[in-house]
Design a protein around this ligand. Structure first.
Ligand SMILES: *Cc1c(COP(=O)(O)O)cnc(C)c1O
Length: 357
């Protein structure tokens, strides 16, 4: 059988050790004679596992004191509304950067709760770059960014600073969390759906600074209130323990491989190789300026007219799967998250070199 490499943007590739471990606990969790799926989330082995997962998040990202780490449900999409519901008071303003379809969805939800000032947008050019000028509001409660734009393949290389000294950054890091070291202290809140770079769908990571909560007057439904989940250690309602377990194994794997500092170097190396090939290759080109290129999602298109379906099936026959670009961009997209081995990138480069029109 040909080795398969999955270049999907999400749900995305997981390390084989994660799949093996998850398959085992689907039958028997830690010698309990029961599947993890059948066990109470309040039983000691499960509570310990969730606690260990939180510790791994804290260690790997060097989360400072004063920040809470939560495992929630509803995906990053629920955070688009839950976050401003908790942080943006009626009549207050939040600044948002519009760098992709996910940013636009976040903007739409925030408008339900307060004033939203869109400080920059690359929408006119199909989000093919990160704008350099932000027209921020003096008294914005927070400045929201999408750290990596999964669909378009752009990434913030340096995070902007809110001009309001009492303001803070909020980030949707769904597609690049744990891909490189970040200074958490710059952020009031970070959220990320797991299924890109951290595990399977079903669990969403939220890291929130405690002192920014409890400042809005509106009533907040219990399940939508971060304080509920903080008080109950992410166990107010039944958590998705299988998904959390897969995140646990992913973080153990990451930790065993040198943590985010080491993976950042590998990610840079993998992406550089692929971008170099795209640059060098007469058939392909990148739609993104060098300085904004994502290390996680690498879109590329034919330099001239070409038969996209033909290249995709050429790749598919070689075990290189899900390389089709998003419909809004066209062409191809190779998502090369943490768990994509360098051999997968090499196999793609080889296919590009051997492809004949
Ligand atoms: C995939 C993605 C989302 C949506 O995540 P869900 O978990 O499906 O809600 C949001 N933001 C970014 C940047 C994404 O890549």
């Amino acid at each position: 059988m040909t080795k398969i490499y999955n270049f999907s943007a999400g749900p995305a590739v997981l390390d084989p050790s994660v799949l093996d471990a998850t398959a085992l606990v689907a039958k028997d969790f830690k010698g309990q004679g029961m599947s993890l799926m059948e066990m109470s989330h309040r039983s000691t082995p499960v509570m310990d596992m969730v606690e260990e997962t939180e510790s791994l998040v804290r260690e790997l990202l060097k989360v400072p004191d004063g920040y809470h780490v939560l495992f929630l449900q509803g995906g990053a999409s629920l955070q688009f509304s839950m976050m401003p519901m908790n942080l943006l008071g009626d009549g207050q303003t939040a600044d948002y950067t519009d760098t992709g379809a996910w940013s636009a969805k976040a903007i739409k939800e925030a408008q339900l709760f307060g004033n939203v000032n869109v400080v920059c947008s690359s929408k006119e050019s199909v989000y093919n770059h990160i704008p350099k000028v932000l027209n921020q509001t003096e008294d914005a409660v927070f400045l929201h960014i999408t750290s990596n734009n999964t669909i378009y393949g752009t990434q913030w290389k340096e995070f902007p600073t809110p001009i309001n000294p009492d303001g803070y950054l909020v980030a949707d890091m769904s597609s690049d969390i744990f891909s490189h070291p970040i200074d958490i202290s710059k952020f009031g809140l970070i959220y990320a759906g797991a299924q890109k770079n951290m595990g399977p769908a079903g669990v969403t990571l939220v890291i929130v600074r405690g002192d920014i909560l409890g400042k809005v007057d509106r009533p907040i439904p219990t399940m939508m209130n971060y304080r509920t989940h903080i008080e109950k250690g992410s166990m107010f309602n039944t958590p998705p323990v299988m998904s959390i377990y897969a995140v646990n194994r992913t973080l153990v794997w990451l930790n065993d491989n040198g943590g985010v500092e080491a993976i950042a170097k590998q990610n840079e190396h993998k992406a550089q190789k692929l971008y170099d090939e795209i640059e060098r290759h007469p058939l392909f080109t990148s739609p993104i300026p060098v300085e904004d290129r994502s290390l996680m999602n690498v879109p590329f298109v034919f330099t001239d007219e070409g038969n996209e379906a033909d290249f995709l099936s050429f790749c598919d026959e070689r075990g290189l799967k899900t390389l089709k670009g998003h419909r809004s961009v066209g062409g191809f997209r190779a998502s090369i998250y943490n768990a994509m081995p360098e051999a997968g990138v090499d196999a793609l480069i080889e296919a590009m070199r051997e492809y004949k029109v």
